[in-house]
Design a protein around this ligand. Sequence first.
Ligand SMILES: Nc1ncnc2c1ncn2[C@@H]1O[C@H](COP(=O)(O)OP(=O)(O)OP(=O)(O)O)[C@@H](O)[C@H]1O
Ligand SMILES: [Mg+2]
Length: 275
Amino acid sequence: MLSTKPNYSSNPLLIQAANNAIARRIDRERSDAVLMAQRAGITPDVWQSDLLRSDARQVILNCSRQSGKSTISAVLAVHEAIYTGGSLVLLLSPSLRQSQELFRKIKDIYNALESPAMPKPIEESALRLELDNGSRIVALPGTEQTVRGFSNVALLICDEAATCEDALFFSIKPMLAVSGGRIILLSTPRGKRGFFHSVWMDGQDWNRTLITARECPRISEQWLEREKEAMPSFWFRQEFECEFVETMDSVFSFDEVQAALSDTLEPFSFDGDLT
Ligand SMILES: Nc1ncnc2c1ncn2[C@@H]1O[C@H](COP(=O)(O)OP(=O)(O)OP(=O)(O)O)[C@@H](O)[C@H]1O
Ligand SMILES: [Mg+2]
């Protein structure tokens, strides 16, 4: 029996129209990662949209637990890999398990975008995705040793940065200076120490975003009040209010040490005999 339905797949005009529509969507998503996030099923919060639309080269996100910082940096990683062919995206966090966790978010977003026009995977593992447009996303435990050897990094994402070693930061900075790549540090604070604290306090040319739990639409005021009652105050201030509180093992507080520093005194030197 003959079908009365039009056969779109053999109509060149309709095929052309469909291809044009895909090309227009690709152009729009390339210039606006928010549209790509929405197609992956994520409606970004205002600060997340701002981040997706920012072109700042050095970004530091000081955000509450569960505010969505890993999710939105995963969107940025996928956008970079899909829309800038040949780019290398590195994901670092303090442990292999945490890097895998972030990588899993990336795979979920990439899979949700499934479309014939997307670059296809040519190699996939639990820590690596390579696409046929030449882009790679590689997740690593963030240590100085694992990062050495990578060059030409387009986007470097350091999750849970407040608990990564300082040596890691000092080894990635020159790498990015050469490649001209972008760096995003994201974390909830962990005391007044380490590179995450230093960059937040004093970093020159860093774009800063602070998001406390009260600014996250998925965390209710009632839940926060209950948590506040249930946990030590310093912990609540750190986890949900994004404060750099003193570390528990400090003998002197950070502010006490700063106050004791002097530019006018000569350093003490001893030339005598101690025996
Ligand atoms: N814009 C959004 N819309 C809906 N859900 C979101 C959004 N952003 C994040 N989420 C969800 O919120 C939860 C926490 O997100 P995510 O893991 O990215 O937060 P986080 O700040 O990295 O948390 P943690 O401090 O625990 O690492 C996840 O279930 C994630 O899917
Ligand atoms: Mg996270």
